[in-house]
Design a protein around this ligand. Structure first.
Ligand SMILES: NC(=O)C1=CN([C@@H]2O[C@H](COP(=O)(O)OP(=O)(O)OC[C@H]3O[C@@H](n4cnc5c(N)ncnc54)[C@H](OP(=O)(O)O)[C@@H]3O)[C@@H](O)[C@H]2O)C=CC1
Ligand SMILES: Cc1cn([C@H]2C[C@H](O)[C@@H](COP(=O)(O)OP(=O)(O)O[C@H]3O[C@@H](C)C(=O)[C@@H](O)[C@H]3O)O2)c(=O)[nH]c1=O
Ligand SMILES: [Mg+2]
Length: 282
């Protein structure tokens, strides 16, 4: 059995559909309480642990950095220590937002991180703590998660696109949406391979393809659904937010493909599945 922290989130809901998985809700395991999470792992005695719970409210984190750091930093570190002691692998998710977004080449997993915002810093703390724990682990950085569940950019665009004739969307943040379903499948595959070969431990990238901008994603949504909403491409400077976002979110996913054989999902195909699940498309 693989134990999953998270039940209601985008990735957690896709993991719940997998066999051999037990998903924990906030009631069963609150990530603000690291000792309780460690105890839950010991009590379940799983073959591996996947952490799909996190503080993901990027703008709100600017005012709640301590809370975000506890959930995304301290607790994943304690989970990883517990797994190391039990001799089982630990898989956790991180983000493109650990990078500063400079330049235009895809980020390699070994490149230095320099987050621009509190959420990114909290995930950086988690990454470091998980490595320090010293057990079998994978830190899987992904980007721009989309799914039919929870809240995400796709659902925001569907809601606002039906109310407005025109949406202003940033066109200079470049990256790739990643379907939560593909992330869940990748996490399961990684956990299985780590059980067999802990030497595969490390930090890897997994994102959809091809690269685009948020304006590109919005355009694709309106074309695929026939929602009559125009997309006005704007620079990030014209869309001020409490948390600064990186401009270059391109992730080099080649090491994951080489070591685990996991290929990048086509986000446009994933988007069509999501729109179908939401009843927005035949
Ligand atoms: N969303 C994105 O675009 C991206 C996400 N990631 C990373 O991928 C992972 C999964 O993200 P995603 O599925 O989108 O996340 P969601 O925001 O959809 O879900 C977050 C989950 O974490 C749970 N959670 C939050 N706080 C706590 C807590 N204190 N105790 C227990 N559970 C808690 C939530 O439960 P509840 O419903 O009870 O609040 C929810 O199940 C995260 O590590 C995230 O940082 C990486 C890149 C992009
Ligand atoms: C709603 C809206 C957003 N935007 C911009 C804001 C932002 O730069 C971009 C995406 O908006 P979001 O609110 O979805 O962005 P955000 O919540 O920052 O998304 C991030 O979440 C965290 C958890 C991650 O780890 C990242 O990979 C990334 O997916 O689009 C517009 O330009 N126009 C709009 O009307
Ligand atoms: Mg968001």
């Amino acid at each position: 059995m693989i134990l999953v922290f998270g039940k209601t989130g985008q990735v957690a809901q896709e993991l719940a559909a997998e066999e051999t998985v037990t998903c924990l809700s906030r009631d069963q395991a609150d990530l603000t309480d690291p000792a309780a999470c460690a105890e839950v792992i010991r009590a379940h005695a799983p073959a591996a642990v996947i952490n799909a719970a996190a503080y993901t409210a990027v703008d709100r984190a600017e005012a709640e950095e301590d809370l975000a750091t506890r959930i995304n930093g301290t607790t994943p570190g304690v989970m990883a220590e517990t797994c190391a002691t039990l001799g089982i692998p630990f898989v956790t998710l991180s983000t493109d937002y650990v990078f500063d977004g400079k330049g235009s080449s895809p980020w390699h997993p070994d490149e230095p991180v320099a987050p621009l915002n509190a959420y990114g810093r909290s995930k950086q703390v988690g990454e470091a703590a998980v490595r320090l724990a010293g057990g079998a682990h994978v830190i899987l950085r992904t980007s721009w998660v989309v799914s039919a569940h929870g809240s995400n950019f796709v659902k925001t665009m569907l809601r606002l696109g039906k109310e407005r004739e025109r949406m202003r969307v940033v066109a200079d943040q470049i990256g790739a949406p990643t379907p939560a379903r593909a992330i869940a499948a990748a996490c399961i595959e990684i956990a299985r391979q780590l059980i067999a070969d802990p030497e595969k431990s490390g930090t890897y990238h997994f994102a959809g393809q091809p690269e685009t901008s948020w304006a590109g994603v919005a355009t694709e949504i309106f074309v695929a659904t026939g929602i009559p909403c125009a997309v006005a491409e704007i620079p990030t400077s014209a869309y001020p937010t409490p948390a600064p976002r990186p401009l270059n979110s391109r992730l080099d996913c080649s090491t994951l493909e080489r070591v685990f054989g996991t290929t990048r999902p086509d986000w446009q195909a994933g988007l069509k599945d999501i729109l179908k699940d939401l009843g927005e498309r035949a």
